[in-house]
Write a protein that binds this ligand. Sequence first.
Ligand code: SAH
Ligand code: SF4
Ligand code: F3S
Length: 514
Amino acid sequence: MREIEKINHTGEVPVMEPQRQFYFMDLAKQYVTQISKKKGRPLTFHVTTFGCQMNARDSEKLCGILETVGFEETDSEEADFVIYNTCTVRENANNKVYGRLGYLSGFKKKNKDMMIALCGCMMQEPEVVEKLKQSYRFVDLVFGTHNIFKFAELLVRCFEEQKMVIDIWDDTKEIVEELPVERKYSFKSGVNIMFGCNNFCSYCIVPYVRGRERSRKPQDIIREIEKLVADGVVEVMLLGQNVNSYGKNLDTPVTFAQLLQEVEKIDGLERIRFMTSHPKDLSDELIEVMRDSKKISRHLHLPLQSGSTRILKAMNRKYTKESYLALVDRIRKEIPDMAITTDIIVGFPGETSADVDETIDVINRVKYDNAFTFIYSKRTGTPAAAMENQVPEEQVKKDFDRLLKVVQDTARERVARLEGQTLEALVEEVNEQDASLLTGRLSNNTIVHFKGDPGLIGKIVPVYLKECHGFYYLGEQPLKVMQKSGFYEKVGEENFCAHIDDAIKRAEQYCEAE
Ligand code: SAH
Ligand code: SF4
Ligand code: F3S
């Protein structure tokens, strides 16, 4: 048990947000200082994130609060405060969390002051919370997706109550702005434009755990991006489960295409990404805005799920194989260099091998730059879970493997089409496997590794795409551009790749075009 002196709350607790949370951040800070003094060292925290970009962004908000109250981030889960931000979209995401909790309890035995918290989508499922109450008593704090903005307040309760604190809401209409955020990357950031989902695809648990669709006001989004840009961000990823229905429920309705046009005007912002686009709501207005934009990246994630119209109907996706293909044609006609990626589910109830053939046919026609393929996972409470004709595992495996092969073959061919070109990449990090390489991302989301100075991280630089290796490129920095920037003199000739002649030729073309 933590031995702490209870701090007297002074003054009124504010009712309004976010002031209320700032009040609790002050209080939490006093507890952190007290414990840290006792231990004679700073307190550490670790946030582990499962699931999608929304969760990644939520984790940055958790980090922002933990740093504000005085914790220091550490790479290890052997920390004073560990929080798992969970996902429940598929069963295996769930199982991973239980597995790792056992391992965390080992750390807690060594450090009795350690606090373990769980939040995110999985916590919105009553049977999960029940299981935690029964079998994982060492967990200190459990909260869900709707009250994440109350994290500071819950943290204070944890310090004070010395028992498992559980706070789960069924839904919320509230969107709290202006809380602290600690970004993972200094130069790029996710930006929530909406929360929740109203689509109820029959296999999907997200609408149940994330609640109804709510859009943020355009002015709040713009203000947030302006601040991010002032703080060094050059690329934003606008986040929503279905960005194409953004703004429909605002007091003054706005379309997603209109929002994009406003974001485009922000000086200093170089690249705009977004996800996810539901095919049923992708408008011609949006295609035009993307076509005419200088900042919107040449990448569209357009989840197909299935290429069989019969299965799409059972999935409640509200488009057909034909209308999806027609949409892709319209996009490719207006924006030929647009990379398209997708999500596919294999093994939805009632799916036959003939249905999978239809999906494969779509893959062959569209030729995706990448496709995330998932084996259908039964989620309790969704309509598909109650369907009787669940597909036997053996058949699913066979269908999955042959579909995956087509995805890989078509994607390899599609990604390779850029070989020999020089394109701009946002340099993101030093390569994890080979520290002499930098890793950058093209506008179309393809990764390129190339030799370069880590000082380029966060900058957009031209890169010659030398060799395609499946889903990524090995590239080189064009010589002239490096000379212009003084980089060539700095690193010396020996640091250039062997294929420099080619690079020079391409670099000259690039510089002339400039
Ligand atoms: N809002 C996004 C998807 C969010 S979930 C959209 O509509 O595209 C991300 C992906 O997980 C989905 O696109 C789907 O392919 C997959 N998925 C969702 N529920 C699933 C389930 N029960 N089993 C397997 N895959 C699932
Ligand atoms: Fe799930 Fe469908 Fe909503 Fe995407 S649009 S989150 S797949 S219900
Ligand atoms: Fe998972 Fe929740 Fe995202 S269920 S995919 S983390 S919205």
